[in-house]
Design a protein around this ligand. Structure first.
Ligand code: NAD
Length: 408
């Protein structure tokens, strides 16, 4: 096989990626500001790969028509073809997408996650100096959230107050389960399963082991929701014992056996009640590293942590399953800025760096992060940061990408 020709990424029988020198990677430009931030991101990633590997490696991009662009050109917001293409290529990257109103699609993002079983939403949160932060010591923040993506209250099992369906559910609950629900009441169901919890927590622990992270915190509200959130915590500890006994220890063991100091190479598994963790990530952020949590908690804590380091414009993210992974901007389509070449492309660029890490192209990924940091440190930033950093030079989205590329 000629290594200089574009090829698909493949998976081994154990699910490990086999990445050719010229992998074909599908991308979705995204709606709204996608037209601005995607070209900026592509410019930086292509240049970083070329610089890191002297032109031996490159990415062959393959556009997927999804979202508004898909609807206008093909009549479909999200086709089976597009989903199959992502699945076949194992890795993809996407800009933000509008939530279509009145089409029966709750959210294209949720549909992609559910249809491709991308069960882990991974959000690293790290401070980039001197981005304005509400924290006194933002450099202490270096956390990665693993949010379960497929179940919990996001499973979409809910019924409107007054509907025939909700009346049947309430009748069942009142007559057979001992509840006393009255009046117009909406009902949502919160499924949390052992299998989905364990595969999510296992992925978080594997990540912590591979990247030599000190701890994995199971975030839950199990003091109140014992059989869903409480079970999440219990199954999290169980999977650590079942599959990672040699590489992990619990917080109790840490203090009982090791006097509070973890032996080298051991990841501490601990748990925190969700509301308390929201306090602790503000007061003692350096005590938390990897956080594994059900869907709804994960949604809240990811955005709250992003705010602690300066907002969503800077926060990267990925949705990862056993067969494929989709890297994405974590903010929305910001329609009023679309096409103005104005907004901050950092979220998608840093998601691109996560994608390069996922391919095992860590040298290129490190270059992207270092060059982006150097650019911001030099005071060359887009409007959103320029108005908050004294003496900064405001540049357009594309010029910000060029400035990063120059520092690769
Ligand atoms: P939004 O994130 O699109 O925009 C809110 C505000 O944040 C913008 O007006 C802008 O001031 C700022 N902002 C966002 N991204 C920025 C960037 N890169 N640089 C600088 N400033 C930025 O949120 P919204 O207005 O609530 O949602 C608009 C649309 O996006 C909706 O259709 C929503 O469903 C969708 N959405 C998509 C995603 C996704 O695709 N992952 C996520 C959230 C919202």
């Amino acid at each position: 096989m000629d290594n200089s020709q574009p090829q698909k990424i493949t998976l081994t029988a154990h699910g490990a990626l086999q990445v050719p020198d010229v992998p074909i990677i599908p991308f979705i430009e995204g709606d709204g500001i996608g037209v601005d931030i995607w070209p900026a991101t592509r410019h930086v990633i292509d240049k970083a790969v070329s610089a890191a590997y002297d032109g031996r490696r490159r990415i062959e991009w393959k556009e997927l028509l999804v979202g508004e662009k898909g609807f206008h050109q093909t009549g479909q917001w999200l086709s089976d073809d597009a989903l199959n293409t992502i699945s076949e290529h194992a890795v993809a990257i996407k800009g933000p997408m509008t939530t279509p109103v009145g089409t029966g699609i709750r959210s294209l993002n949720v549909a992609i996650r559910q249809r491709l079983d991308l069960y882990a939403c991974v959000r690293p949160v790290k401070y980039i100096d001197p981005v304005p932060s509400p924290m006194k010591a933002p450099h202490k923040i270096d956390m990665v959230v693993f949010r379960e993506n497929t179940e919990d209250l996001y499973a979409g099992i809910e019924w409107q107050a007054g509907s025939d369906e909700v009346k049947r559910v309430i009748d069942f609950l009142n007559t057979q389960m001992g509840t006393t629900l009255t009046g117009p009441t909406g009902i949502g169901i919160k499924p949390i399963s052992e299998a989905n919890t364990k595969r999510l927590v296992a992925r978080a622990i594997t990540y912590a082991i591979e990247l030599q992270r000190p701890s994995v915190t199971l975030m839950h509200k199990g003091n109140i929701m014992k059989f869903t959130e409480g079970a999440f915590s219990r199954w999290g500890y169980e999977v650590a014992k079942e599959h990672f006994a040699d590489q992990t220890l619990t917080e109790a063991e840490l203090y009982d056996t090791y006097n509070g100091k973890a032996p080298d190479g051991k990841v501490v598994i601990k748990d925190r009640i969700a509301d308390m963790l929201f306090q602790q990530v503000l007061l003692r952020p350096d005590e938390f590293s990897v956080i594994a949590t059900p869907n709804l908690n994960g949604d809240y804590i990811s955005d709250a942590l992003a705010a602690q380091v300066g907002g969503l414009g800077m926060a990267p993210g990925a949705n990862i399953g056993d067969r494929c992974a989709v890297f994405e901007a974590t903010h929305g389509t910001a329609p009023k800025y679309a096409g103005l070449d104005k907004v901050n492309p950092s979220s998608l660029i840093l998601s691109g760096a996560m994608m390069l890490d996922h391919l095992g192209w860590n040298e290129a990924a490190d270059r992207v992060r270092a060059a982006l940091q150097a650019t911001v440190r030099d005071g060359v930033v887009t409007y959103d940061l320029a108005r908050q950093i004294q003496g900064a030079k405001e540049v357009a989205c594309s010029a910000f990408a060029t400035a990063i590329a120059e520092r690769l």
